[in-house]
Design a protein around this ligand. Sequence first.
Ligand code: ZN
Length: 178
Amino acid sequence: MARIRGAGVSIGAGGSVPLSADHSTDAKWLARAIDLATANVASGGGPFGALVVRDGGLIAEGQNRVTSSLDPTAHAEVVAIRAACLAVGDFSLDGATLYTSCEPCPLCLSAALWARIGRVVYAADRDDAAYGGFDDREFYELFSRPRSEWPVPIVSVRPANATAPFEAWLANEARTRY
Ligand code: ZN
């Protein structure tokens, strides 16, 4: 039996991030994320939904689109982050909260960090995802092991000009930092 956490709210962004003062607000947005996830199954997609909220207002929603868009990176959180960035016209979602029906996988957690999301709140967790047949927990465990033990070789080749792109970047005074 899966470990389903009813109306529980888990905070996945680390202990330094303060809890919301209003957990009923978290519960409301999480309920929406879960609805999105469940509805997506009925549409033939994966059971994941997410949304980006800032200052109490919804910026964008996302549902898993891996199979329909032939995009293995089209996880609900990534879809929501992309839509939110387009909606606000910025590559930063600083101060926003990412609500997701399931604990973000390493890809989505990284996407949240790159987007400068301020807080992540999730419902189900990696064990629930494993129950559903998904690899989130497996990937987390993989990342915790030495690369020498990975089934996929991750190879570093370092030609003489390996850092040339960074030198070009640093030399470009008009660069847009992110
Ligand atoms: Zn993901």
